[in-house]
Design a protein. Structure first.
Length: 398
């Protein structure tokens, strides 16, 4: 991915930032985006029917307050992808923009997401399909949930009668207290032990393949999809507990053992984590919805500890990109070396280096005293154009 990094035009004044929850409300929760995401999900369910079970597999706070059912979580990720495809950008999210040490990582994260929209849509659709098979309910001692018969520990799978009772309780609460909070009232939590392994198992190979086919993704990506799904819960858990360089190296080893392109796998890990656990989920903390960016920051930090060469490659690619952007801008202003030498009819030799040094000085200070003969006025005009274009993109001559 590093070789593909480029510099997007940037205004001299940094764009105004918005907080994560406001960004989600504006771009992800808009009716057109939600409608398109829902249509994609329905279309995928027609070809991969096991996904339909997610529409009645419940989910709960504190980790999933974004929707009542797992299908809502999937649709939210699809909506994020749709929003990014239709003009939204992570660059304006305050919680991302203020992490100056990791701007390159966020820059690449968005580039990866944009370049892998279809594949990440397949990931979104399939990554939690195992939750339908692994649902467990728990309720703490003394809670209304326990009084209704829900267990205190996750010791067995939820029975059909428990699923029915949970649904009835939630519906009744919504009717009796439309503005109330069911989770706070009953404290019943949904869990899915080993759901990632279940979703990645051969049992769902045909489901994953059907989704890949619908989205036009080559069959060669099937193993990559399965391995990302298999380890996604482990990635979330590790990053929720801090920075774990050992785990990061282990994920790379898993990809290597599976015969995958390890750098590409590692490029996708933060993307799947960010889409799944940050953008695609809504946590519930201290009685209010919240989004926790620390998860993705922790995987960035783990990468930097485990494989610092990846960040170094990112920095080098960024510098190459800026250098190329400067050259492209000078060419746009007709003040690149080729254009200048043609205008001045500069002969080959050391004199060309001296000419370009003077031209660079002129770009930096278009009003300075220079003498390029009959071409002085024209070069000064081009220098002013170049100075403006460079400033508009936050670029400087080196």
């Amino acid at each position: 991915m590093f070789s593909e990094m480029h510099i997007a035009p940037r205004a001299t004044q940094a764009p105004a930032t918005v907080y994560f929850l406001d960004w989600i409300k504006t771009y992800v929760e808009s009716k057109p985006v939600q409608a398109r995401a829902e249509r994609v999900f329905v279309h995928l369910v027609r070809s991969a029917s096991p996904l339909g079970r997610l529409t009645n597999t419940p989910q709960t706070p504190p980790f999933h307050a974004e929707a009542e059912f797992v299908s809502g979580h999937v649709i939210r990720i699809l909506a994020v992808l749709d929003a990014l495809e239709h003009g939204a950008s992570l660059a304006v999210i305050e919680e991302c923009a203020r992490e100056k040490e990791f701007l390159l990582e966020f820059f690449e994260l968005e580039a990866v997401i944009r370049s892998q929209m279809s594949f990440l849509s397949a990931y979104a659709a399939c990554h939690d399909v195992g939750k339908a098979d692994t649902l467990v309910f728990t309720a703490p001692t003394g809670s209304r949930g326990q009084a209704e018969g829900f267990q205190g520990e996750a010791v067995r799978l939820a029975t059909e009668s428990e699923k029915t009772k949970f649904d009835k309780l939630r519906r009744a609460h919504a009717l009796a207290s439309p503005t109330g909070n069911f989770f706070e009232s009953f404290q019943i939590s949904a869990h899915y032990p080993e759901h990632a392994k279940r979703a990645a198992a051969d049992e769902y190979a045909s489901t994953r393949q059907a989704v890949l086919d619908v989205l036009g993704i080559p069959h060669s990506h099937a193993k990559l999809l399965a391995e990302l799904i298999r380890c996604h819960a482990d990635v979330i858990d590790a990053c929720a507990h801090g920075v774990d360089a050992h785990k990061y190296r282990a994920w790379a080893a898993i990809a290597d053992k599976a015969g995958l392109n390890v750098p590409f796998f590692l490029d996708l890990l933060p993307a799947t984590l960010f889409l799944d656990a940050v953008l695609g989920s809504l946590s519930y903390k201290s009685g209010a919805p919240a989004i926790d960016v620390s998860l993705v920051l922790n995987i960035f930090k783990a990468e930097r500890e485990a494989m610092p060469e990846r960040h170094l490659a990112r920095e080098q690619a960024f510098k190459r990109g800026r250098k190329q952007a400067v050259q492209d801008t000078l060419k746009q202003a007709n003040i690149d070396a080729e254009s200048v030498f043609a205008l001045l009819k500069t002969p080959l030799g050391p004199v060309r280096g001296e000419v370009m040094r003077n031209v660079y000085h002129l770009i930096q200070s278009p009003d300075m005293k220079v003498d390029f003969g009959d071409a002085t006025v024209e070069l000064r005009r081009r220098a002013r154009v170049a100075q403006t274009l460079l400033a508009d993109q936050n670029l400087t001559l080196e």
